[in-house]
Design a protein around this ligand. Structure first.
Ligand SMILES: [Zn+2]
Ligand SMILES: [Zn+2]
Length: 351
């Protein structure tokens, strides 16, 4: 299968909910950051009629749905492709996921692990109803959730991480990674996305006030790369279908592109004449050979059942195994004396 890589960000807010910018400005910031597409996901409002190419970047519109009456807050759901307002089903996460499916859409669980911020009165909003079924995957790495956790430690940490985020941002939460591996060990298919959750909001901390994390900055950080089955042709409906097909199939990886673009990353598996790419299923005819290539040197790890099965420092990893199950790749890069998360691939499923 030939695939065509595109990079986007799938979780952000505009002035229609609690963000600052409007759609055209968000799209401009996406184009400036070199993204191919963005998907706006305002809280509990599906905004119709604004999907379009604004310059080079395609802007699509989904929704981030939650039950506003629920105390404490939990279960933010990213909805894509439902093409209708879904908030009326917000009360029951399973009914919501089912309703989205009936409308031809699909869901990813937003920031499933979160830790409360002590500043700005922000509470943690994790996913708690883990017995739901029918969602496609999880938002493994949410940039603003990580910032919130960093800022929760103390006032100095809050200000430091606000002004020097690139020195503090490390990667997905350990508990999130453990939970993901647990779900995979049960035999579930769980692809991942990584996003900004950009709002463009001004924060004030004592005497300091500034727009923290403008859209344009965040679009250069944690992104979702997709492998489309065909190249984009510049038409909204055509390219939108390719993006949503790739997201449904889990042909994705999460890239912290600020450390170096993750474009060009490859992960595939072969067994006899069978071959599978990220998100795909491989039927074994003997041993399975995994290969991963990174666009720059990294600490590359092949992960199976929560364990590092193979590891290499460089740009190429190869490993042969016989076990069925879900295999995924992580890559880390050295940055300012410490290791930072760089790439998290969605799994390949070996039968
Ligand atoms: Zn949220
Ligand atoms: Zn959000």
């Amino acid at each position: 299968m030939n695939v065509y890589e595109y990079v986007g960000n799938l979780h952000m807010h505009t002035a229609y909910s609690d963000g600052e910018a409007l759609h055209a400005q968000v799209a401009q910031a996406a184009e400036d950051a070199g993204l191919d597409f963005v998907i706006v996901t305002d809280h509990n409002i599906w905004v119709d009629g604004l999907e379009a190419y604004y310059g080079k970047a395609l802007l699509l519109i989904g929704e981030e749905v939650h039950d506003v009456r629920r105390k404490p807050q939990a279960n933010h759901l990213l909805v894509y492709g439902a093409e209708a307002e879904m908030v009326l089903q917000a009360k029951d996460p399973q009914m919501l996921i089912d309703e989205v499916g009936q409308h031809g859409g699909f869901c990813y669980l937003a920031h499933p692990y979160e830790y409360a911020g002590r500043f700005g009165g922000e509470e943690a909003i994790p996913w708690v109803d883990w017995d739901v079924t029918g969602y496609v995957g999880i938002e493994l790495w949410n940039y603003m959730s990580e910032f919130k956790a960093l800022a929760s430690r103390n006032a100095v940490a809050a200000i430091y991480s606000a002004f020097f985020p690139e020195r503090c941002i490390r990667g997905p939460f350990k508990d999130m990674l453990r939970h993901w591996d647990y779900l995979l060990s049960l035999g579930k298919r769980v692809p991942v996305i990584g996003n900004a959750d950009a709002h463009g909001t001004s924060y004030s901390m004592g005497p300091l006030q500034r727009v923290l994390f403008p859209y344009g900055y965040l679009f250069r950080c944690v992104n979702t790369h997709i492998l489309a089955a065909r190249p984009f042709n510049g038409f909204l409906e055509h390219d939108k279908a390719l993006i949503y097909d790739a997201l449904r199939a889990g042909r994705t990886w999460v890239g912290y592109d600020l450390l170096g673009s993750t474009a060009g990353f490859e992960f595939l598996a072969r067994s006899g004449s069978n071959q599978a790419l990220i998100g795909g299923e491989l039927v074994r005819t003997g041993a399975t050979i995994f290969e991963a290539r990174t666009p720059q040197e990294a600490d590359i790890r092949l992960v199976f059942n929560g364990q590092i099965l193979a590891r290499t420092k460089g740009t190429y990893l190869k490993h042969t195994t016989a076990e069925p199950g879900a295999y995924r790749v992580e890559a880390y890069r050295q940055h300012k004396l410490s290791q930072r998360s760089w790439i998290f691939s969605s799994p390949i499923y070996v039968k």
